[in-house]
Design a protein around this ligand. Structure first.
Ligand SMILES: [Zn+2]
Length: 306
């Protein structure tokens, strides 16, 4: 009889797939994938015809949109985009290519875990699982434990197919990303709050409106934005850059803001747009709540008025 674990809150989809395979003694090759589909869903179609994310949603007994919203990094990729049509999953041929090509991608080049979470999981659930919030670019800390995250020193794909507990010996505490700033007055924390909010998949915001809202806010603060025609120009402003630890910003750029990470995106700059906008809004507001509503509500007003 097959073992079908229920996905845990925030469990990363690709890690869940690894768990499903491991628990049932299945390997990663296509034949077993086809076998898994037949075993789990009773359907005997070619595995290649069914995007893996759809298979995972079926195994988890969730509808596709909810599964993507709660278990992948994809909502962040679609949060700020040039083409908002069709909502989070898009529409038409874009929808098909996004579902099959992009929903399971993880932006960081390597896998991250919290050693405290792993120990706690083992004691509580009997097994550990991969959390998506730990895979946010630039994230170096577990919100729950305050512990510094560990980076697993093998390829992302290999790591996520294994259990986080198995990866502990290869996990190294990521001290490079740590920085010294007051946690209560820190744009970096606001950036993560914004990302967490967007990761919830609640909004798909038009890039142009997000840019306008950020520009107006910067101008209200007396910042000269004359030379800025794109969100990433705002990100280059001295006033914005000064809010962040240079070392952290560099590390974030290297691991999360490179375009190749989500290069097949149909709407242009994808994750790059969302992360850039989150960095700008976090710098322009004093609290996470204000930054989030500045980004989400102002863009709605801009969209309506244009
Ligand atoms: Zn933790």
């Amino acid at each position: 009889m097959l073992v079908v674990p229920a996905p845990k809150p925030g469990e990363l989809a690709i890690g869940y797939w690894g768990a499903v395979l491991r628990w049932n003694g299945l390997s990663r090759n296509v034949a077993d994938g086809r076998q898994a589909l037949r075993l789990f869903t009773g359907q005997s179609v070619n595995f290649c015809d069914v995007p893996r994310v759809e298979l995972l949603a079926k195994i988890a007994a969730m509808d596709l949109e909810s599964y993507v919203r709660h278990h992948t990094m994809f909502p962040l990729r679609r949060a700020v985009t040039k083409d908002v049509s069709g909502g989070m999953l898009g529409q038409g041929k874009y929808r098909a290519s996004m579902i099959s090509g992009g929903t399971l991608r993880v932006p960081r080049p390597q896998a991250y875990l919290c050693q405290e979470c792993v120990r706690e999981d083992l004691g509580f659930h009997g097994y550990a699982y991969w959390r998506r919030e730990h895979q946010l670019p630039g994230q170096w800390r577990c919100d729950k434990h305050g512990a510094t995250l560990s980076r697993v020193g093998i390829s992302q794909a290999e790591a996520f197919y294994a259990s986080p507990a198995q990866m502990l010996p290869q996990a190294k505490v990521e001290s490079d990303l740590m920085f010294e700033k007051d946690a209560t007055d820190c744009a970096t924390y606001r950036f993560f709050d914004i990302c967490s909010h967007l990761l919830g998949g609640v909004v798909v915001l038009p890039l142009d409106a997000v840019f306008s809202a950020a520009k107006y806010r910067a101008e209200d603060l007396g910042i000269n934005t004359e030379a800025c025609t794109l969100v990433r120009h705002l990100l280059k402003l001295e006033e914005v850059q000064a809010c962040y630890d240079r070392r952290w910003l560099d590390a974030l750029s290297q691991e999360g803001l490179t375009r190749h990470v989500f290069s097949d995106d149909v709407s242009g700059s994808a994750m790059f747009s969302t992360l850039s906008a989150a960095l700008v809004f976090a710098a322009l507001y004093e609290t996470s709540e204000e930054a989030i509503s500045g980004m989400v509500l102002s863009t709605r007003e801009c969209t309506k008025s244009h």
